[in-house]
Design a protein around this ligand. Structure first.
Ligand SMILES: C[S@@+](CC[C@H](N)C(=O)[O-])C[C@H]1O[C@@H](n2cnc3c(N)ncnc32)[C@H](O)[C@@H]1O
Length: 254
């Protein structure tokens, strides 16, 4: 099994480098979704061999975008997301934990919950960062009570889920956020889809995943969250795959 994982990693990394960055490798059983997250053992080994943290390895080597995670976190910091000193953080789909690790450099929550389908990565995050892994069932955050979280985030997740999965998570994110709390996530909106970007995706993107990259209209997000008492505070672009994704920051009304 380790040999198989290594060869998957090598050929996957080659493809990934060739098209300057995507977080997911093709699995032997394509499911068209993000359930096939990058293999745990092989990625950790490759990061160690490169002398990098796993987050830096994904940014620099796999995605060809050094510092991309840090840069998003710094933008969020400049927007005051961490100055609010979130005591409870919830992250959907943290994967390797590259955003989680950077988030913990900016604030010291007493509780950090994750919802992650890739069990080896979830176990690693629990062991390494002392976060609490909640069971994933569909697109629900049911184990988390209403209005109990100061910062809810998801990075590079909704570009890979289906419309229904993403929409269902949106309702849940608004439900668990306390008044005054923030909701941060990125989606591939129309801001990321000029003709050159669409051409780049059509010719060089996607690689084996039917649901990646999924587009979500910005207007839909703004209008939907407004009905859930959450107002858009800011949006900025971040690199993703062969083009970009838009990070949106919402605040739940007091
Ligand atoms: C493209 S990866 C992004 C990982 C990480 N946020 C990052 O940017 O490096 C998508 C992540 O979502 C996870 N995932 C897939 N389906 C999910 C679901 N229904 N609920 C929670 N996480 C899910 C995958 O296992 C993977 O870790």
């Amino acid at each position: 099994m380790p040999g198989k994982a290594t060869s998957v990693m090598k050929s996957g990394a080659k493809r990934l480098l060739a098209r300057t960055g995507f977080d997911i490798v093709r699995s032997t059983r394509p499911r068209g979704g993000v359930d096939d997250f990058i293999p745990f053992e092989a990625t950790m080994r490759a990061a160690r061999a490169a002398g990098l943290s796993v987050g830096d390895y994904i940014d620099e080597v796999m995605n060809g975008t050094p510092g991309a995670t840090r840069s998003t976190i710094e933008e969020l910091g400049a927007l005051g997301v961490f100055a609010a000193d979130p005591r409870t953080v919830l992250e959907i789909g943290p994967g390797s934990g590259r955003y989680l690790e950077q988030t913990l450099k900016e604030c010291s929550p007493s509780r950090y919950e994750i919802y992650e389908t890739a069990a080896p990565w979830a176990d690693y995050l629990v062991e390494t960062f002392g976060v609490v892994a909640r069971p994933v069932a569909g697109w629900s955050l049911a184990p988390t009570p209403d209005a109990s979280v100061d910062l809810v985030q998801a990075h590079k997740v909704f570009n890979t889920l289906t419309f229904l999965g993403t929409s269902r998570y949106f309702f849940e994110m608004a439900r668990v956020t306390r008044p005054g709390g923030r909701i941060v996530f990125d989606v591939m909106t129309e801001s990321c889809l000029d003709p050159a970007a669409v051409r780049a995706w059509a010719t060089r993107g996607g690689d084996g995943h039917d649901s990646y990259p999924a587009a979500v209209p910005r207007r839909m997000c703004v209008d939907l969250f407004a009905t859930l008492d959450c107002d858009l505070e800011a949006g900025f672009l971040a690199p993703m795959g062969v083009a970009s994704t838009e990070v949106l920051v919402f605040r739940k009304r007091d």
